[in-house]
Design a protein around this ligand. Structure first.
Ligand code: C2O
Length: 571
């Protein structure tokens, strides 16, 4: 019978590159009972760290190994002693699981098998019983693998945990510099590789190379409820740690809220409109430039969380928080990055995030579809493949899903023509406002424990004719500091003077939002977001105004959000 091909080249001994003579040790038990703090150094853990740093060694391990691909700023070796077990920040205790994967010394450079037969990922709400039976069988087999097999379901869940909870010193001057594959341009590529191997493991377990993960079509009203295949109690796809009020067990089933916040959810009778407006904003209006869609650059020596792209901080985060159990200590499983991979629904959710990447690329026409920066293209990660072999993969091999051998079942894209209408089309709204100027030194930094309104000047532009069309005007919210252990959300509105702008559910005044899934990070990280203004100002008919009124509206955890400044730039 068909088995999945594995083509690999160039064996490299990762450990030996980090340490001159690493002791060879047998695989550790998959779950350590000892704690794993930096202060306690056990030989086996040191060795495990070598592997972990390979796992996390985007800049360290990979680039040391491949001298031909030297990055712009060659990284010093990472500080192995800083690798610890993740912390559950809400409980201020070590995580209940050691995220470290089983030990393996040799990583192979992964080469994509030539894609002859393209696997088709089905929309979950359209999947038939045969498909569901296959998916259940494969997941059951994955859960039944030996606990220390890296393809085992919990081990797979741990991979996600490891990549966002590793305490990893990048060798920069600031020792609080930690590895994090969210909140930057690594978000889409890393998660695509993660799903790719998860899918291939499932396919191999049922010996069916055509198997492909279903996607949760939450950007389409027909798929906005939680897919029902995940809520049958005796199914391997079931997980009890979800928000029980959001299960699709009543008629009509509740729809996911893509602007979800715990304190002020969108009412169900408005949620479709709100979601389509949100998707339009994330995929079209605010995603004109590469960085705005993908997230900000993150390379050696950079602090984590430089800034997430529109989808990551929007619909993606909303689904995590909407599914996670509000009664578990830290929103587990989906509502926290360390535990999210334990819910089979995670992979269905992320298959749609992955699809958004493909759809966005298709919408680009002749505009650039990805970065050409080698710091991005040559970033590499480690995963275990379907044969339990540790492999090293690169971002450059993941930009096109077809080359990776899969595509998505085609469905309608109902948000494409949902350009919102303005509540008020009126010039010079801002000039009558008494709000302070964003440049007043007394305004920022400001805590978002209430709505904050500021007047923002639009810098004067000197330009020749024709230049304007190429430029994108962006509202930059910078110096965003949040408590990373909390779910937070705020939204941004332009020229909306109401005390409660929450009625702006599907209107042009909504410029975008920022949400965050709780995770482990150094506390002093500052992030920024950029929101597209060009279309918005057109829609409000205020393109000629010289200033706009910006409202920052806290939705969740406002006490934990500080904003450093607001300005307008042209790109
Ligand atoms: Cu790595 Cu949606 O999370």
């Amino acid at each position: 019978m068909a088995s999945l091909p594995l083509s690999t080249v160039a064996i490299t001994n990762i450990s030996s590159l980090h340490r001159p003579h690493p002791p060879r040790l047998p695989p550790p038990p998959h779950r350590l009972t000892i704690s794993c703090n930096a202060s306690e150094s056990h030989p086996s853990q040191v060795d495990r760290r070598n592997l972990l740093l390979g796992m996390g060694g985007l800049y360290g391990a990979s680039n040391l190994i491949l001298p031909g691909d030297a990055p712009a700023s060659p990284p010093p070796p990472p500080d192995l002693a800083k690798c610890t077990r993740g912390t559950n920040l809400n409980l201020r205790q070590p995580l209940d699981v050691d995220c470290c994967p089983p030990f393996s010394e040799n990583a192979l450079d992964y080469k994509l098998p030539s894609a002859t037969d393209i696997r088709v990922r089905p929309a979950a709400h359209l999947a038939d019983n045969d498909f569901i039976a296959k998916y259940e069988k494969a997941t059951e087999l994955m859960k039944a693998l030996p606990a220390d097999d890296p393809r085992n379901f919990m081990q797979q869940a741990n991979v996600h945990c490891a990549y966002c909870n590793l305490t990893y010193d990048q060798g920069a001057a600031d020792p609080s510099n930690k590895l994090q594959i969210h909140f930057s341009w690594l978000f889409f590529p890393w998660h695509r590789w993660y799903l790719y191997f998860y899918e291939r493991i499932l396919a191999k377990l049922i010996d069916d190379p055509t198997f492909a993960l279903p996607y949760w079509n939450w950007d389409n009203p027909k798929g906005m409820a939680m897919p029902s295949m995940f809520v049958k109690e005796n199914s391997p796809l079931f997980n009890p740690r979800r928000n029980q009020a959001h299960l699709p067990l009543i008629d009509p089933p509740p729809y996911a809220d893509l602007r979800y916040s715990k304190k002020s959810s969108t009412p169900q009778d408005k949620v479709v409109q709100s979601n389509l407006t949100e998707m339009y904003s994330e995929m079209v209006r605010s995603a004109v430039n590469l960085e705005d869609f993908y997230g900000a650059k993150y390379n050696l020596g950079a602090k984590p969380d430089p800034g997430a792209g529109t989808v990551e901080r929007g619909s993606h985060t909303a689904i995590h928080a909407w599914v996670g159990d509000p009664n578990s200590p830290a929103g587990e499983d989906m509502g926290n990055f360390y535990s999210t991979g334990r819910d089979p629904l995670f992979f269905c959710h992320h298959a749609n995030v992955d699809r958004m990447w493909s759809v966005w690329r298709d919408l680009r026409g002749s505009k650039p579809k990805e970065f050409s920066d080698p710091d991005w293209l040559d970033t590499s990660f480690l995963f275990y493949d379907e044969n339990a072999q540790l492999v090293r993969v690169k971002v450059r091999d993941t930009v096109e899903n077809l080359k990776m051998g899969y595509t998505f079942q085609k469905v309608e894209i109902p948000w494409l023509n949902k350009r919102p209408k303005a509540k008020v089309r009126k010039a010079k709204v801002a000039s009558t406002s008494s709000a302070p100027k964003a440049t007043d030194t007394s305004v920022f930094p400001v805590k978002l424990d209430k709505v904050v309104r500021v007047l923002v000047d639009r810098p004067k532009r000197k330009r020749s004719k024709g230049e304007k069309e190429k430029e994108e005007e962006l509202l930059v919210i910078e110096g965003i500091e949040v408590d990373t252990s909390e779910f937070v959300r705020f939204e941004v509105f332009v020229n909306d003077e109401d005390d409660d702008p929450s009625d702006v559910i599907d209107l042009a005044e909504y410029a975008g939002g920022y949400s965050q899934v709780p995770h482990k990070n150094a506390a002093n990280v500052k992030s920024k977001i950029r929101l597209g203004l060009t279309e918005l100002l057109e829609d409000l008919d205020v393109e000629d105004d010289d200033k706009i009124l910006v409202s920052l509206v806290p939705r969740d955890g406002g006490e934990d959000i500080t904003i450093g400044g607001v300005k307008i730039i042209y790109v």
